[in-house]
Design a protein around this ligand. Structure first.
Ligand code: NAD
Ligand code: MG
Length: 395
């Protein structure tokens, strides 16, 4: 790598943020932390600031920033503390920054991701909601700003690794027939439709293969995570809905595959540990040590595959519907899903209410073409209002 890279980590206190700092700490001569951000987790952010000495620390809430600032001052730290959305955008677009890890969860990640894109940064994109909500606008900002986009989601990172990197007009021009997007199937792969109705929050928060934040863990249990990833793959790789096939692979060892026109299928395999895709994107095009142990194929023994069941897990079907509908449909679906997941975690609605709520909001919303971000933000807001009304009626 040419020089010491200055990195901003958005969502530093989350699962992806913590794993990113773990990889960076293994390469002190290649990376320096420029800014760390969090919603309001002051204690974790304080410890991270002590260890990595960033120039800036940012929280969304002002109160959290005041607390953090007092603690850092007392400890003699030179880190400057800022707060609010404008500050998140500031540390994403700052001229000193080379790379931005976009690892805020949910739609809150959109504006800082777009700011990094417009400023031409190297964007390590974990926040899939950015692409689901505003794929066309974000990809346009990447192009205009001359940014480099590297996917962190393990599936998309895998696809990126086995996809040709020369820019071609279409997947067909690259000799690609389709993308095989793998899915673990989540903790309820074998549950009956009846059992799904009685799923508790605790059961849904217990993913068989991955340790992740609560929102994506619930999304994995409903298969909405795979739905979001289908839309993410559409934007990242210019793939149509017909060119993306979801394959349930319970061991989560193959992280996705690409099928070429000659019949070749290329796959990327590794232990399910996000430090592999994070290290790949941090080092790209070089390979870096990540701290992930070797894949023990003898211990794994076998790899299984099955088709997803969209009757039992309608969220995946809803996401394909949203992708095919285009315009504001995916933003509406994403907003309804965020409200539904939060309501489920707070035990206001049941597990199978999540797809019912999303479908109802999608059906009652006006699906239309979008020309700017403002229209998507309006669609997001209206869908949240409709979703909250649904939750109220259900309670
Ligand atoms: P997490 O809940 O563990 O962490 C989220 C981070 O975002 C925290 O630092 C939190 O403080 C911050 N945050 C939350 N709300 C915020 C707001 N309103 N404004 C500013 N900051 C806010 O989540 P995670 O599992 O690390 O996932 C982060 C993103 O990466 C998600 O979009 C997720 O879909 C994606 N992703 C995660 C994994 C994984 O293995 N965890 C894998 C693939 C993709
Ligand atoms: Mg994934």
């Amino acid at each position: 790598m040419p020089k010491l890279q200055q990195v901003t980590i958005l969502g530093a206190t989350g699962t992806i943020g913590v794993n990113t700092l773990d990889v960076i700490s293994q390469h002190p001569h290649s990376f320096e932390v420029f800014a760390l951000t969090a919603n309001q987790n002051v204690d974790v952010l304080f410890n991270q600031c002590q260890k990595f000495n960033p120039r800036y620390a940012v929280t969304l809430e002002e109160q959290a920033a005041d607390q953090l600032s007092a603690k850092l001052k007392k400890a003699g730290s030179a880190t400057e503390v800022l707060s609010g959305m404008a500050a998140l955008e500031f540390v994403s677009a700052h001229e000193k920054v080379d790379a931005v890890m976009a690892a805020i969860v949910g739609s809150a990640g959109l504006n800082p991701s777009i700011a990094a894109a417009k400023a031409g940064k190297r964007i390590l994109l974990a926040n899939k909601e950015t692409l689901v909500m505003a794929g066309s606008i974000f990809m346009h900002a990447v192009e205009e700003g001359g940014a480099t986009l590297l996917p962190i989601d393990s599936e998309h990172n895998a696809i990126f690794q086995v996809m040709p990197h020369e820019k071609r007009a279409s997947l067909n021009d690259s000799g690609v027939k389709k993308i095989l997007l793998t899915a673990s199937g989540g903790p309820f792969r074998k549950s009956s439709a009846e059992e799904l109705k009685r799923v508790t929050v605790k059961q849904a928060l217990n993913h068989p293969n991955w340790v992740m934040g609560p929102k994506i863990t619930i999304d994995s249990a409903t298969l909405m995570n795979k739905g979001l990833e289908v839309i993410e793959a559409h934007w990242l790789f210019n793939a149509s809905a017909e060119q993306i096939e979801v394959v349930v692979h319970p061991q989560s060892v193959i992280h996705s595959m690409v099928e070429y026109v000659d019949g070749s299928v290329l796959a990327q395999l590794s232990n399910p540990d996000m430090r592999t895709p994070i290290a790949y994107a941090l080092g790209y095009p070089e390979r870096l040590q990540s701290g992930v142990s070797s894949l023990d194929l003898f211990k794994i023994g076998r790899l299984d595959f099955e088709a997803p069941d969209t009757d039992k897990f309608p969220c995946l079907r809803l996401a394909f519907d949203a992708l095919k509908a285009g315009g504001n449909a995916a933003a509406i679906m994403n907003a309804a899903n965020e409200v539904a997941v939060e309501a489920f975690i707070k035990e206001k609605i049941g597990f199978t209410d999540i797809p019912a709520l999303i479908e109802s909001v999608m059906e009652s919303s006006q699906i239309k073409a979008v020309s700017d971000l403002e229209m998507l933000i309006v669609a997001d807001k209206e869908a949240r209002i409709a979703a909250k009304a649904w939750v109220k009626r259900a309670a």
